[in-house]
Design a protein around this ligand. Structure first.
Ligand code: PEP
Ligand code: MN
Length: 343
């Protein structure tokens, strides 16, 4: 259930409602919009809210029709905007996050960071902890990789996006990262979602390989209900019968999620298609479909990459992709952040 406050409700009226709900043993969760505040009481039924509709400042008490609550548009009508080193994810701009699948060395990562910066990207990605399908594959440099990411941020000013694979690793990743990525394989790792939900740092939550949009939104609900509201949802392809691409990039998820939720949507064409040759088209398509940004894998020498080389753009292809995406993003009213800055 949600309690919708009147537009002109005072802070005292809001605290009065919250106190009343707490006195009834409920856990109120306020969300402050531009024009009004709504208070979610997810576990309550209509009977427990009897009389609440006539408390001072309350406009109405309504039921929520969706299984997800805090992530839904009913709970918050305005889009959530997340500040990423000055770029506003979910705001006016189309943001590009890019970098290697895995941090391999200082030289490799710094070269990528400089290229991302030079081409107008907004953030640097790179995995220090890698969830690999095979236990014998490279598992990432761990904290050493996080230190390399921090050094690249130091030099370029780019915020860093990096994956956290277990609840134990949350404190160390949170110390270094600007955005904590939860990978597709971990989308329904509820202990991890709760641990990341207790942090106050932006999260990139990737859709599971075999998860529905509703399951993705419910996974995000774990983050918001634990207090972390800075969540970006990421479409990265789902498994279908098609083998020509690594996954099937479900671009229709973009308008569906936009309708259902206020959270920003990022598309990952690299894992979506799995082949560098198809990445650029899907980057353009993501911008055209109304995504808030993309996250793209890039490597100085894709053939030598320790992971995901076949889908990584080399520096030339990355620069060409950026040139190709720019006009599409601008055409749908979402220019890249550097297009807004005076030359
Ligand atoms: C990654 O971003 O490198 C990654 C492992 O992605 P996903 O979790 O989508 O497979
Ligand atoms: Mn990868």
């Amino acid at each position: 259930m949600i309690i919708v406050m009147r537009e002109n409700a005072t802070l005292q009226e809001l605290s009065g409602v919250i106190r009343e709900l707490e006195a009834r043993g409920l856990r109120p969760r306020p969300s402050h919009g531009n024009s009004r505040t709504v208070v979610g009481v997810m576990e309550a039924g209509a009977a427990q809210l009897e009389g609440v509709a006539s408390l001072p400042g309350v406009e109405q008490v309504s039921t929520m029709s969706t299984s997800f609550k805090m992530v839904s548009r009913d709970f918050r009508a305005e889009p959530t905007v997340i500040n990423l080193g000055g770029a506003q994810v979910g705001g006016r701009n189309f943001v590009v996050m890019a970098g290697p699948c895995a941090v391999e060395s200082t030289g490799q990562l710094l070269a990528c960071a400089r290229q991302v910066k030079a081409c107008g990207g907004s953030a640097l990605r790179g995995g220090a902890y890698k969830p690999r399908t095979s236990p014998y594959s490279f598992q990432g440099l761990g904290e050493e990789g996080l230190k390399i990411l921090a050094a690249a941020r130091e030099e370029t000013g780019l915020p860093i996006v990096t994956e956290v694979v277990s609840p134990d690793a949350v404190p160390v990743v949170a110390r270094y990262a600007d955005v904590m990525q939860i990978g597709a394989r971990n989308m329904q790792n509820y202990a991890l979602l709760e641990a990341v939900g207790r942090e106050r740092k932006p999260v990139l939550l990737k859709r599971g390989l075999m998860s529905t949009i509703e399951e993705l939104l419910l996974a995000a609900e774990y983050l918001l209900s634990n207090g972390n509201h800075q969540v970006m949802l990421c479409e990265r392809g789902i498994r279908t019968f098609e083998r020509a691409t690594r996954n099937t990039l479900d671009l229709s998820a973009v308008p569906v999620i936009k309708q259902l939720s206020h959270l920003p949507v990022i598309v990952d064409p690299s894992h979506g298609v799995g082949h560098s040759a198809y990445v650029e088209s899907m980057c353009r398509a993501a911008a055209a479909a109304g995504a808030d940004g993309i996250i793209v894998e890039m490597h100085p020498e894709p053939a030598k990459a320790v992971s995901d080389g076949q889908q990584s753009l080399d520096f030339g292809a990355f620069a060409r992709m950026m040139d190709a995406v720019r006009p599409v993003a601008a055409a749908v009213g979402r220019p890249l952040p550097d297009a807004d800055r005076p030359a």
